[in-house]
Design a protein around this ligand. Structure first.
Ligand code: NAD
Ligand code: DAU
Length: 352
């Protein structure tokens, strides 16, 4: 049985990757290592938590001894590293957490993999999940390719860029079998309601203001989270060691246009009169260092690995809104901290 470590598996993207791997690969043991920060929620994995090929370990990747012990004990064949502090606004108010988890945490994992795999590198893979934000900001035209020079602007993107460089350095210096992918903005179910789409869905439902940063002119390239998970599956199994793959939706939206589209869908689903949700739009002070535009050229992964997004955006957004409206309890739990009680009930009491 292959043993795969997925870090950050209780988070938004990680939970989709865990679910995909547990269901698709019964011959793997999928080990989810997660600290369960405010963003980690085991309720995201209720449908797979009792599967025999799934195991959860609570732990902090910043804890060097813990990481070394887990690698020694479990003898992983592969690593898919998603654990991170992921929210740009939080990185502006508290950069240190990003330095610890995104940089120190990544180096702890690299060191442990290097130590445990040193006599047998064959068939091993360390897959680091990164972001398009490392490339900086685009003007009105052009795309990020795998050759675009790094130019991060926020503490979040700088910490991710730093971890990417370290992953490549461990390949070039120590021969560690690594692969990296850089993806654009994900959307879909189980995303913590601090990110644009779930936050605005939550606010519209509760008739609260929609805080649009600046003039709402920034552009993001949106990808359905399950399409990112399928790309991760491909890169993990078929990606070439030492390579980088850009993943994106080829689906650019100016924030204000996206928000208006969302308002329309919400009016419709909530049975409100047309234009009711748009009235909640409130322009607020811009995010510091706010990158104007991100857009990914994903032709490499499309040509070399045969990946392409499965869903058009209209369908994906409808599906996403429907999910948040149907899963009101999930949203209430993550906003009230109720999910921490869930962990207590599921795991701590069981351990006693
Ligand atoms: P998320 O914030 O939803 O989840 C992060 C997970 O990591 C949580 O479960 C959290 O508990 C865990 N974690 C945080 N610190 C930890 C630590 N010290 N030790 C162990 N676990 C820890 O993040 P996400 O949006 O799912 O992003 C996952 C990864 O994908 C990140 O590396 C992020 O940079 C990258 N990424 C995200 C997007 C996006 O649009 N969300 C796009 C491209 C890349
Ligand atoms: O591009 C990939 C990145 O996408 C990931 O690496 C990050 O982990 C992920 O958080 C996301 O970063 P963004 O900063 O693009 O996502 P966010 O949802 O925070 O914001 C999307 C856009 O909406 C951005 O231009 C800022 C704007 N915004 C966001 C919030 C939360 C608002 O105007 N108002 C808001 O309240």
């Amino acid at each position: 049985m292959k043993k795969i470590l997925i870090t950050g598996g209780a988070g938004f993207i990680g939970s989709h990757v865990v679910r995909l791997f547990v269901k698709k690969y019964p011959e793997y043991l999928v080990v989810n290592l997660d600290k369960l920060t405010y963003a980690g929620n085991l309720e995201n994995l209720k449908d797979v938590e009792n599967q025999s090929n799934y195991k959860f370990i609570k732990g902090d990747i910043v804890d060097t001894n813990f990481v070394q012990q887990i690698f020694k004990k479990e003898q992983f064949d592969g690593v898919i590293h998603l654990a991170a502090e992921s929210h740009v606004d939080r990185s502006i108010s508290n950069p240190m957490e990003f330095v610890y988890t995104n940089i120190v945490g990544t180096v702890n994992l690299l060191n442990a993999a290097r130590e445990e795999w040193k006599d047998q590198l064959e068939n091993k893979k360390f897959y680091h999940i990164s972001t398009d934000e490392v490339y900086g900001a685009l003007g009105d035209s052009g795309y990020f390719t795998e050759e675009t020079a790094y130019d991060p602007h926020s503490p979040y993107s700088a910490s991710k860029a730093s971890s990417d460089h370290l992953v490549r350095a461990y390949h070039d210096t120590f021969g560690l079998p690594v692969v990296i992918s850089n993806c654009s903005n994900n959307y879909g179910s189980f995303q913590f309601p601090e990110k644009l789409l779930p936050l605005f869905i939550h606010n519209i439902r509760n008739n609260k203001p929609l805080p649009v940063y600046g003039k709402g002119e920034n552009v993001r390239d949106w990808l359905y989270v399950e399409d990112h998970a399928s790309a991760i599956d491909l890169v993990f199994h078929k990606g070439k060691i030492g390579e980088t793959y850009n993943i994106g939706g080829n689906n650019e939206w100016k924030n204000i246009d996206l928000i208006k589209k969302l308002c329309g869908i919400m009016d419709n689903k909530l049975g409100r009169e047309t234009g009711a949700s748009e009235k909640l739009i409130t322009f607020v002070k811009d995010r510091a260092g706010h990158d104007l535009r991100y857009a990914i050229d994903s032709s490499k992964i499309q040509k070399e690995l045969g990946w392409k997004p499965s869903l058009n955006f209209g369908e994906g957004l409808e599906r996403t809104v429907a999910w948040y409206l149907e899963n009101k309890q999930w949203l209430e739990h993550v906003t009230s901290g109720e999910y921490q009680k869930y962990y207590e009930e599921q795991y701590v009491k069981r351990e006693k």
